[in-house]
Design a protein around this ligand. Structure first.
Ligand code: 13P
Ligand code: SF4
Length: 309
């Protein structure tokens, strides 16, 4: 099917089935453009919690589909490609994380939303990169906290909140890859550009940044800034919306270490295509299904996050 036909067919199916399409900013531009809602992890969770659609098509990665299903168990939650995982979520297996929490029974467990439902079921409060600083800051300075799974985000939150959370040693393969050397070179070529970075990046990149924030925060910052040029250290999918909202500004993706490519893409996010989105709406599969015992445990820390946000 041609792209225009695919778009028409998706819109038709969406209407017939009372479905809503939600997309993360790291999806390709064509998927972002057809989605009813485009946002970061927090926004996707908030929309999933209050939608009255019968079907949620979550164009993102698996844990985002799980979060939607945990919050809206009566709805059918579909993902265009069930293999769209997350290296960060994978870096934190539930059994090993459980052993870690059991070794520190007096600690509150705070988990980044980039985790499986099974890890969320072991968690006291979930956070996203948008609300992590605020939520961690709501705990007393001397509170004993375990934070997982992202060591870079954890270190960053420790530094801005003055906390000393115990960190799980996980990371995202995309955000860890940004090249400091190439960033220095780009900055020399564009001295007026501001460096904006996601807190999942390594400290060596974060120390160079003029602004650090979640996907949504980076977008808001670039839109509000008087600067005309930005070096963007996060997944390059966000450039689509940045450019759309700011046609007169220049957004340059920071390249990864060992690639000749000028951008940095999450191979999991990019598994989703317009064609797979069409097929998943048509056939109502692949569907996210979660064991009810795990879901009931996992929903508590997510609802706590939504209340504290
Ligand atoms: P956000 O919470 O900023 O949307 O980030 C999600 C993510 O997967 C970052 O890699
Ligand atoms: Fe996971 Fe990293 Fe991809 Fe985000 S960019 S979904 S953290 S692998």
């Amino acid at each position: 099917m041609e792209t225009t036909q695919l778009i028409n067919a998706i819109n038709q199916l969406k209407k017939e089935k009372n479905a809503v399409i939600m997309a993360h900013y790291y999806q390709t531009g064509d998927i972002q453009d057809i989605a009813d809602h485009v946002g970061d992890s927090l926004a996707l969770a908030q929309w999933a919690a209050k939608t009255d659609a019968d079907i949620i098509v979550l164009c993102g990665v698996h844990f985002m589909g799980e979060t939607a299903k945990i919050l809206s168990p009566a709805k059918k939650v579909l993902v265009p490609d069930i293999n769209a995982g997350c290296s960060l979520a994978d870096s934190c297996p539930a059994d090993a994380f459980e052993a870690f929490t059991k070794a520190h029974p007096d600690h509150t467990v705070i988990s980044y939303v980039n985790t499986t439902a099974a890890v969320k079921a072991l968690t006291d409060v979930v956070v996203t990169s948008t609300n992590a600083k605020k939520i961690v800051g709501m705990f007393p300075k001397d509170a004993k906290i375990i934070f997982g799974p992202d060591r870079n985000l954890g270190n960053y939150i420790n530094s801005v909140t003055g906390r000393s959370m115990l960190l799980w040693d996980g990371a995202c393969h995309v955000h860890e890859q940004f090249s400091v050397e190439k960033l220095v070179k780009l900055k020399a070529e564009h001295p007026g550009a501001e460096i904006i970075a996601h807190p999942e990046c390594k400290k060596t990149v974060l120390v160079m940044a003029d602004f650090i924030g979640s996907t949504q925060a980076l977008l808001n910052y670039a839109t509000a800034s008087e600067k005309k040029s930005f070096l963007v250290a996060t997944e390059s999918g966000i450039l689509h919306e940045m450019q759309k909202q700011n046609p007169d500004k220049e957004f340059i993706p920071v390249p990864p270490n060992d690639s000749t490519c000028a951008c940095n893409e999450c191979n999991f996010m990019r598994l989703n295509t317009l064609e797979k989105l069409y097929n998943c709406l048509l056939n109502e599969t692949p569907e996210i299904l979660i064991d009810e015992e795990i879901r009931v445990k996992a929903v508590k820390p997510i609802l706590r996050m939504l209340e504290m946000s």
